[in-house]
Design a protein around this ligand. Structure first.
Ligand code: GTP
Ligand code: MG
Length: 303
């Protein structure tokens, strides 16, 4: 809680390894969380999320804000090796005591990736970070719903990522709080901006007008505006009371989600190898009992 990077790193490793000490740690620090601003960055692979985040880190450091970055990518864990490659400009921040960078790819034995990431975010928050920036790949029903725990969701696109605009249009993806079109020196940028505006115009009118920003992350262009938009959104939801509401709803969902996963696991364990259960399932397959009745039967046995 004094912000020691090594302690934070060890804590996250415990959580990632599903070590009971990790859960105990989160239990202890939980009352000290809720201070950090959590921004989630999502969007298709390669649009420049990491590069943008690196620029935002530099931006935050200029005002002495403490920052943590969590990259969640089950398909391509970003390793130290990848970090040292040119694709991520976070390297320059590795030696900065005020910045902590971590990636998470392990699914963990128990709760799965999204649970482990939430715990990691809590630890980052408790360690005194002002900003936690979470990167996840994907648009639509992202396999990592950690984005649900962000106060501000930033969708990053680049000219040509039309699929994502379609996903927005089709309602597959929830409307984010801020939209960024990165690599904005591309000739199709303005077309893309128009398409996005068109999609947003179809949606409901809300009290927050989703800004659509152009950036060139590599050059740091538009990053000040992006930082300002994230600040403005945070301020907006704080004033409107939606921040508490959002966090409350997300935390309640988290509790229900965790309980559901655990109940399912308990159920599976208690029924494993039980011949009566095998027989019941066989009867469903033989169409003697319908699935809903069989499920009720299972629950009756458990109680
Ligand atoms: N031309 C141009 N290239 C950019 C810009 N921003 C990022 N890039 C490059 O695009 C590539 C992908 O950038 P990343 O920041 O790794 O993208 P990402 O969205 O984090 O990618 P994943 O994590 O793999 O999904 C890198 O080679 C960047 O240098 C930009 O504004 N213009
Ligand atoms: Mg990335």
């Amino acid at each position: 809680m004094r912000g020691d990077k090594r302690a934070l790193a060890r804590g996250i490793t415990l959580v990632e390894n599903d070590d009971p000490a990790g859960w105990a740690l989160v239990r202890e620090i939980y009352p000290h969380t809720g201070r950090a601003r959590i921004a989630g960055f999502t969007g298709p692979p390669g649009v420049g999320k990491s590069t943008l985040i690196a620029s935002l880190v530099a931006h935050a450091r200029a005002t002495e804000r403490q920052v943590a970055v969590l990259s969640v990518d089950p398909s391509s864990p970003f390793t130290e090796g990848a970090l040292l490659g040119d694709r991520i400009r976070l390297v320059e921040h590795f030696l900065d005591e005020g910045v902590y960078i971590r990636s998470m790819a392990s699914r963990g034995a128990l709760g799965g990736l999204s649970e482990a990431t939430l715990q990691a975010v809590l630890l980052m928050d408790a360690s005194g970070k002002d900003d936690v920036l979470v990167e996840t790949v994907g648009v639509g029903q992202a396999e990592v719903d950690i984005i649900d725990h962000a106060d501000t969701v930033v969708l990053v696109l680049m000219p040509g990522s039309g699929d994502s605009v379609q996903a927005l249009k089709a309602g597959v993806m929830e409307i984010p709080d801020v939209i960024v079109v990165n690599k904005a020196n591309h000739p199709l940028t303005d077309t893309m901006m128009r398409e996005i505006r068109g999609v947003l115009a179809l949606g409901p009118v809300t009290d927050w007008k989703v800004p659509i920003l152009k950036t060139e992350a590599g050059e740091g262009k538009g990053v000040d505006e992006l930082a300002a938009a994230i600040d403005a959104h945070h301020e907006h939801i704080k004033q409107a009371g939606t921040l508490e509401e959002r966090r409350g709803r997300n935390l309640r969902n988290e509790v229900l989600g965790l309980a559901a996963v655990r109940l399912r696991r308990q159920l599976e364990r208690s029924l494993e190898g039980d011949p009566a259960v095998q027989e019941l399932l066989e009867r469903v397959v033989r169409r003697e009992v319908d699935p809903a009745s069989a499920a009720e039967e299972l629950l009756r046995w458990r109680n």
